[in-house]
Design a protein around this ligand. Structure first.
Ligand code: PEP
Ligand code: CO
Length: 449
């Protein structure tokens, strides 16, 4: 019988090795890397191929307007913050947003966390210089540490194993919270407890009361179905670090196809979507549903090239384009891409990331975003798709369940002065719990029109 590594090699998953891989660390200890890689190859998969298939079908429904995608979580997860409280906070935020969207738009919501594996970050420079000292840039907890010493910044392969275990623990909590009673719609009021009063919270309370009544009504009729008790929350991250993604790739025993079992959904970032690069090559070989971020410089030809490379069989739900154009550019740069893709007749799930094209540095020096600008990109996304006759299929955002002050604006009116109060992100600014709910209410209205 062939070994699983032989089967993977036959399936061609190593073809990426002959291509250029951008944004990879330089591991000083190659032997330690080889040992970590072998160890990962022997680990159980974090997710199962059948689950990824199920998500692909749901994303296919979203491409046709029969569902809406909500993908959210940290810009960068950290090992230290993989605590029960933080994870529960994020799950709760996603569930609350999903309830608002489902109820408001009468559409099933496909819930995907930027969770349980979002540990690798692309950087604009390989190194960072402070006071004349030059060290490797922080590339995420899966590679090195944020502290500015040589020891902390040296890429350490042992962190690949720690990333695997932290992902496993996070996924375990996700599964427990979403299947073990916490996500029961009959507890919809509980999710809002502990937050101070504000317009978004009172609106949620009101909606929760209506849902409660509807659920009780169904109960009185003798009908509590399973989907009221549990939800599916899928995992996702940027498939950036190939030294992690490849060792977690497995052959599906049902079909003989390779799946990247580090998460249900993987995406290729704006900086690694080169058609001839290693990331596109690797992702073309695995069967998961996948995404590609498209920034404002994307040409229609590039989008068509990605479709050809990544979804040659035109499978619904296989390919999601996550556009992140910037609010000031989306109305100009998105239409030609959408038109070309529409005319190719290959199904694509369109998702807006209104975060990454709208980052700037505030006067006091914080990397931030404006809530109003984020909304403007979301509105632009809906306008462009409505105009083109295509489907706005979902939203991808950076959020946290905590009351951080990282994004300016919203009804709390966070201004430059307030940013310093609770600015905790290691990389990009995230919507806090309340801003996330506000956004969900606005998107649910956009979906109704
Ligand atoms: C991200 O999603 O955190 C990210 C780096 O995005 P992009 O690749 O779109 O810049
Ligand atoms: Co980010």
């Amino acid at each position: 019988m062939k070994s699983s590594q032989e089967l993977l090699a036959e399936a061609g998953v190593d073809s990426y090795l002959s291509k250029k891989a951008c944004q990879q660390p330089t591991w000083p200890d190659r032997e330690a890397l080889a040992a970590a890689s072998l160890e990962l190859c022997a680990k159980p998969p974090l997710v199962f191929a059948g689950e990824a298939d199920q998500l692909r079908e749901l994303l296919g429904a979203a491409s046709a307007g029969r569902a809406f995608v909500l993908q959210g979580g940290d810009c960068a997860e950290t090992f230290a913050e993989a605590t029960a409280d933080r994870i529960r906070g994020k799950i709760k935020t996603i569930l609350q947003m999903a309830v608002v969207l489902t109820y408001g738009a009468s559409l099933p919501v496909v819930k995907i966390g930027r969770m349980a594996g979002q540990y690798a970050k692309p950087r604009s420079s390989d190194t960072e210089i402070r006071d004349g000292v030059e060290l490797p840039a922080y590339r995420g907890d899966i590679i090195n540490r944020i502290g500015f010493t040589e020891e902390e910044r040296t890429p350490d392969p042992a962190r690949l194993i720690e990333a695997y275990h932290t992902s496993a623990a996070t996924l375990n909590l996700i599964r427990a919270f979403t299947k073990g009673g916490f996500a029961d719609l009959r507890l919809v009021h509980e999710w809002n407890k502990g937050f101070t009063k504000s317009p978004a919270y009172s609106k949620f309370e009101q909606m929760a009361t209506e849902i409660d009544r509807a659920v009780r009504f169904m109960g009185a009729c003798g009908e509590y179905f399973d989907s009221l008790r549990t939800v599916d929350l899928f995992s996702s991250h940027e498939a950036l670090l190939l030294d992690y993604e490849r060792p977690l790739t497995r052959i599906d025993s049902r079909t003989g196809d390779p799946y990247d079992c580090s998460a249900h959904f993987l995406w290729i970032g704006e900086r690694t979507r080169d058609l001839d690069g290693a990331h596109v090559e690797f992702m073309s070989k695995v069967k998961n549903p996948i995404g590609v971020k498209l920034g404002p410089t994307t040409t229609p030809a590039e989008a068509l090239g990605l479709i050809e490379r990544l979804n040659p069989d035109a499978v619904p739900g296989r390919l999601t384009f996550i556009t992140r154009m910037g609010a000031d550019r989306i109305r100009d740069s998105l239409p030609p891409i959408v038109a070309a893709v529409r005319d190719s007749a290959v199904p694509v799930t369109w998702v807006t990331d209104p975060m990454h094209g709208n980052t700037f540095t505030s006067e006091s020096g914080y990397k931030t975003r404006q809530f109003e600008t984020i909304l403007d990109e979301v509105r632009g996304f809906f306008e462009v798709h409505r105009e083109a006759g295509t489907t706005p299929g979902g939203i991808h955002i950076e959020l946290t369940g905590d009351d951080v002050t990282e994004v300016m604006g919203g009804t709390e009116e966070i201004d430059d002065k307030k940013l310093g109060e609770r600015y905790e992100t290691l990389v990009d600014p995230r919507l806090n719990h309340q801003q996330s709910l506000e956004l969900a209410f606005i998107v649910s209205e956009l979906l109704q029109h």
